[in-house]
Write a protein that binds this ligand. Structure first.
Ligand SMILES: Cc1cc2nc3c(=O)[nH]c(=O)nc-3n(C[C@H](O)[C@H](O)[C@H](O)COP(=O)(O)OP(=O)(O)OC[C@H]3O[C@@H](n4cnc5c(N)ncnc54)[C@H](O)[C@@H]3O)c2cc1C
Length: 415
């Protein structure tokens, strides 16, 4: 490895953040190299939105800031500089329209992630960006204003380096946390990583046979050591081991092992009011089955059967034969069904990574390192994780764009 090939900008990782950064800088005439460890680009992007790619969200970009937990403020300059409308316009100008669901999620009209990736790749190629596949970066060094980037095959150099290696979730896609090691070798701190947007595994889970049953806007509360610490409403899915769906995934950043999640299959109603209402219904319909009272509240039939079983009530019991004690157990189960959290799904199942390159060490107006001039970060490698709904991809594109435009403002020539 005696020969060093020089570029203006070397980008590590061909995910959405790296590709978009490369295309933006390449279009302005910079020589750009992307080094990618996989045999092709955007492996995680292809999986996104179940292969349909929920690329961003509808609505004013200011509202995005509340969708990144406590770290939204960091993203403000990136999102304002390149908002959802600009992302949608970018693809529309290249022949790919977007469609918005009634919940505000934005997808390509073809519902194919591959169409998003094809445009990003084409854009890079037409701007002369060099992409080397099967070339994982092993080591980076910074000396005399230049970065040297070491792979197994070669040595590259550039005055600017962008680390866009993603997080550490879904490691089969190539995001194995390499960027953290590379960033810390250059002096950066890594905020502790953890799985985010994770499904929740439940102890002695009673709804295994109902796996696949989903709920729109289910209300649930979170309890820790006997105290209620929060509540949330969102779409929820019963899995074989516990709970998933956007409502739980988004709220998973607040959930700890040992917590109790109380599901309300009825909504956020007051217990006294609900008890009175159910008692009146039971008294008014003595020959009806108790199950019909549950079904009145639009509870799925299989769940109604299971709630009766878990309340110790025979399925064919009539209202006249329901004791007060069993009635109260049933009401509690309909209103506040308790599930104890065993653990959260690990990195294999989590859609994104919490933690990453520490925010105070990155300038939010440029994405440049505050420690090493010429070093930039983009995408999920940064300590940012968003809710479901397109917020993570928008963050990847916006930070990739901001890094590129900030690099372009640096006085050149680079090499
Ligand atoms: C199943 C699933 C579905 C998702 N769906 C959505 C969705 O619908 N909407 C949404 O907004 N978000 C979604 N996300 C999250 C979103 O895909 C990520 O946040 C986004 O891909 C991050 O982009 P990135 O470019 O930062 O990193 P990545 O997409 O992870 O790309 C990083 C790239 O860097 C490469 N790399 C890593 N280390 C090295 C190295 N040492 N040398 C060279 N290359 C390296 C990797 O191989 C990879 O190609 C989903 C995630 C998952 C797992």
């Amino acid at each position: 490895m005696t020969n060093t090939t020089r570029f203006d900008i070397v980008i590590i990782g061909a995910g959405p953040a790296g590709l978009f950064c490369a295309a933006t800088a390449g279009a302005a005439g910079k020589t750009v190299l992307i080094l990618e460890k996989n045999s092709g680009p955007g492996k995680k992007l292809l999986l996104s939105g179940s292969g349909q790619c929920n690329i961003t969200h509808d609505g004013p970009v200011r509202e995005f800031l509340t969708h990144y937990g406590p770290h939204g403020a960091f993203l403000k300059p990136a999102l304002m500089n390149f908002p959802n409308t600009a992302l949608i316009a970018f693809f529309k100008e290249r022949g790919l329209d977007m469609v918005t669901t009634d919940r505000g999620k934005v997808f390509p009209v073809t519902l194919k992630s591959a169409d998003i990736l094809r445009i990003l790749e084409k854009e890079c190629v037409s701007c002369g960006v060099a992409i080397h596949y099967n070339e994982p970066v092993r080591e980076v060094n910074h000396n005399g204003g230049y970065f040297s980037i070491v792979t197994r095959q070669a040595l590259f150099s550039g005055s600017t380096l962008v680390i866009s290696t993603g997080g550490v979730s879904y490691p089969g896609t190539g995001s194995t946390g390499d960027g953290y090691g590379l960033a810390s070798s250059l002096g950066h701190t890594i905020a502790e990583t953890a799985p985010a947007l994770s499904p929740v595994i439940i102890n002695r889970y009673p709804f295994r046979d109902l796996a696949g049953v989903s709920f729109d806007s289910l209300f649930f509360s979170l309890w820790r050591e006997g105290k209620k610490i929060g509540s949330h409403q969102g779409d929820l899915l019963f899995t074989h081991q516990g709970l998933s769906g956007p409502g739980i995934l988004d709220y998973s950043r607040f959930i700890h092992p040992g917590d109790t999640i109380r599901l309300s299959f009825i909504g956020p109603v007051r217990r006294e009011q609900f008890t009175k209402e159910v008692s009146e219904k039971i008294a008014a319909h003595p020959v009806s089955h108790v199950k019909t009272v549950i079904l009145y509240y639009k509870v799925p039939e299989r769940l109604a059967t299971q709630l009766l079983f878990l309340s110790g009530i025979p399925e064919n019991l009539t209202c006249a034969h329901l004791t007060k004690e069993k009635r109260n157990i049933l009401i509690a189960n309909m209103l506040e069904f308790p599930l104890t959290v065993a653990k959260l799904g690990g990195f294999q199942e989590a859609m994104v990574t919490r933690g990453g390159v520490s925010l105070p060490e990155i300038n939010p107006k440029t994405m440049e390192s505050r420690q090493v001039p010429g070093l930039y970060f983009a995408g999920e490698v940064i300590d940012i994780d968003g809710d479901t709904g397109g917020y993570n991809l928008q963050a990847a594109f916006s930070t990739g764009y901001l890094a590129a435009t900030s690099i372009l403002k640096q006085p050149g020539p680079c090499i």
